[in-house]
Design a protein around this ligand. Structure first.
Ligand code: FEO
Ligand code: CA
Ligand code: CA
Length: 691
């Protein structure tokens, strides 16, 4: 019987604000394992040079009264999704003022939106995706059923226009990981799960494509109805074939017994964030793929250091948190199939307009724990993708296509990510190292800022890393970054260029090991020790050239409680900003305001979605737009191109240690037990979101 008894709020662990249960299922307790980056790269505190003072003006003002508006079901409509700007496309709009009343920190078991807004569930775990899919029954779940239903733990979202009338769209969602304790009534241990339950979990991973229809003329959307939904699709870990592209495709490192050609991996793993390309495809990052493999202790000796650099245990057959997928498919046993792990950790490109097409994994974009990839078209017409490797002390990358974007030539543009140049970032601070003391206190020039270089790792079929072939650089990209002295960052998550200004924003989510014990110390880009709340990194390419190799950077937002002196909000009066902790995903609205979703609030509140102007006098005036239920993180987010609707993925609601299906920590969204779900928020008065 369900007691509905609320579980205690997530305990603040030593590593982040996430609950232990999330740590186990999302990344197999990565924080309990040694940091995989043991390279001896210098950190940027060693590299000081003179620079300009750059501090925003302090502005006075007081936070307004806080008003709650709990999202209920109602109706609304949307617009076509945004895609990256093509060359020559006019950009700058004046920043729209963010006038909504902020949602205060809270621990309510609901999605909370500002007064004057409404929200509704679009689709939840188990809802039908393929025509004829059976209704969800948690007591009768099977792999076959799950493979036709919406997967678990929705993360990245894209909403792409379908047709020209603004009434239909395709929702593309990642399904990052599963939590079997919250999926199967009576769950005891991973080892005790039946093989069929393992297969259910494999089917609940991957991606979904779901046709949506606008509700009336509102900003609300719902799944389209009917028997003919030709675009609806599930991509799962069970049997969905992919195709490798780029220089490493077909290489010996990607060959396995099942795929001796090394060209056709099966499935996609731990898809976290992503992006939308100007040609209407979706990019998806394969992130914590390491946790799905066993038998690393029996892998070939020469591969062990490479496996370890990606967080795969090479000392235990069954590392803690093992999902035991090798019981369903032998390929997850590295003792027998040591190259299978190389077939994950890539950027995936899916064309939602081609429901029978084979998605691709682009080896030219490198292999790491990809958070996601976001694309902008440079002035030259080359396509540039910015990417983060989400691990403590790992790196920031960019990819520049070899070919140019051709407006209107979709067939050509679909090939742009198959060849190009891969770079990793090296950042230098401009303040004396002694002024970066770990407290978060601003240095005397008034800013955490400096310059940076993009270091070339590989271009086409040529390696720029001594001692590594191009295939090795692309397959073991972390090791290439180590070799060239890339900057160790505080978990680079989403990285996205603003299509209004061309500036790039990266969420550095946290790093509780920064400056602790023998771990690397603080530097100007990672200035707090330990770093529990994260920061936003802003990058400006020199000359506005996204294909260039030099840039400047700063930290406009150093997150946390505004009353904490280590926080910074671009110089804005901290009495007028919302507390924020652990930024994860970033997005922009039509006018260029920066939207930030959080994962792992270490301040005691539920996670949320925030927005701030990032240009002009309101820069740094951060306000919380919504919050999600306990245990959940806020993913997505996706603002439709007309700014009438904002979609968020509520991932792992109720994921609090001790919770089960029968004794849930959250009963959102249906009042029975917790289900990950996609939510849309809109204004019933039809005005743009946020303003
Ligand atoms: Fe899946 Fe980096 O969060
Ligand atoms: Ca400085
Ligand atoms: Ca994420």
């Amino acid at each position: 019987m369900m007691s509905g008894r609320p579980k205690p709020l997530p305990l603040l662990s030593t590593h982040s604000g996430r609950d232990r249960m999330t740590c186990l299922y999302r990344c197999a307790n990565a924080c309990d394992h040694p940091v995989p980056n043991t390279s001896a790269n210098p950190y940027l505190g060693d590299l000081v040079r003179a620079g300009l003072t750059r501090r925003g003006l302090v502005r006075l003002g007081a936070a307004g009264a806080l008003v709650l508006g709990v999202g209920a079901g109602s109706q609304a409509g949307t617009r076509p999704a945004r895609a990256a700007a093509a060359p020559g496309q006019a950009a700058p709009h004046p920043a729209g003022a963010l006038t909504f009343t902020p949602v205060p920190p809270n621990t309510l078991d609901a999605v909370i939106v500002p007064h004057g807004y409404d929200s509704a569930v679009v689709i939840r775990w188990g809802d039908p995706v393929l025509p004829g899919a059976p209704a969800f029954d948690v007591h009768r779940q099977s792999a076959e059923r799950q493979a036709a239903q919406f997967g678990y733990n929705n993360d990245f979202l894209a909403v792409l226009p379908l047709g020209r009338d603004g009434r239909r769209a395709l929702l593309v969602s990642n399904h990052e990981y599963t939590n079997e304790e919250l999926m199967f009534p009576g769950f005891t241990t991973q080892e005790a799960m039946s093989v069929e339950q393992v297969r259910v979990a494999m089917a609940a991973h991957g991606m979904s494509v779901v046709e949506l229809e606008r509700v009336g003329r509102t900003g609300r959307w719902r799944p389209a109805r009917g028997d003919r939904l030709p675009y609806n699709r599930r991509i799962t870990m069970l049997a969905s074939p992919f195709r490798f592209t780029g220089p490493a495709a077909g290489s010996p490192l990607l060959r396995t017994a099942e795929d001796p050609a090394g060209t056709t991996p099966i499935g996609t793993l731990n898809n976290c964030s992503g992006g939308v390309t100007p040609w209407g495809t979706v990019l998806s990052g394969e992130e914590n793929f390491n946790q799905y493999f066993v038998g690393g202790d029996q892998a070939p000796e020469d591969l062990k250091p490479k496996l370890a650099r990606y967080g795969i245990s090479t000392t235990a057959r069954y590392p803690s948190g093992s999902r035991r997928w090798e019981r369903a498919q032998e390929r997850f046993d590295l003792a027998r199939h040591p190259h299978e792990a190389h077939r994950f950790g890539w950027i995936v490109e899916v064309d939602p307009q081609d429901p029978h097409g084979r998605p691709r994994k682009h080896t030219a974009m490198g292999r790491f724990k990809h958070e996601g990839a976001n694309v902008i078209v440079a002035r030259s017409g080359h396509v540039v993708a910015y990417m983060g490797d989400d691990e403590r002390f790992d790196y920031l990358y960019k990819f520049v296509s070899a070919k140019r974007f051709v407006p209107g030539n979709r067939g050509h543009n679909l090939t742009l990510l198959e060849s190009g140049t891969l770079y990793v970032a090296k950042l230098s601070g401009d303040s004396p190292a002694a002024e970066i003391d770990g407290t978060g206190r601003l240095p005397s020039d008034g800013a955490f800022d400096g310059t940076g270089r993009w270091i070339k790792l590989a271009s086409g079929h040529r390696s720029y890393v001594p001692g590594m072939s191009v295939v090795e650089v692309l397959t073991f990209t972390r090791l290439a970054g180590d070799a060239v002295g890339a900057t160790k960052l505080d978990r680079p998550e989403d990285v996205q260029p603003s299509l209004v200004t061309g500036k790039i924003y990266a969420a550095l989510t946290n790093n509780t090991n920064r400056g602790v014990g023998s771990y690397p110390g603080v530097d100007e880009a990672n200035p707090r020790s330990p770093n529990r709340h994260g920061q936003i990194l802003e990058i400006v390419e020199d000359g506005g050239d996204h294909t260039g190799e030099t840039f400047t950077w700063s930290l406009p937002i150093v997150c946390g409680d505004p009353e904490d002196p280590s926080t910074y909000f671009a110089g804005y009066d901290k009495r007028a900003v919302s507390p924020i902790s652990c930024p994860d995903n970033v997005a922009f609205d039509r006018t260029g305001n920066l939207w930030i979703a959080t994962d792992g609030n270490a301040l005691g509140s539920n996670d949320g979605l925030f927005a701030t102007a990032i240009e002009g006098p309101e820069r740094g005036r951060l306000k919380q737009f919504l919050t999600v239920p306990p245990g959940a993180e806020t993913c997505g987010p996706f603002l439709t191109g007309d700014d009438r609707s904002v979609f968020v993925a509520v991932q792992h609601p109720g994921e609090i240690s001790g919770a089960t299906v029968d004794d849930p920590a959250s009963t959102w969204p249906d009042g029975d037990f917790a289900k990950p779900a996609v939510v849309v928020t809109w204004r019933p008065d039809g005005c743009p979101i946020g303003t």
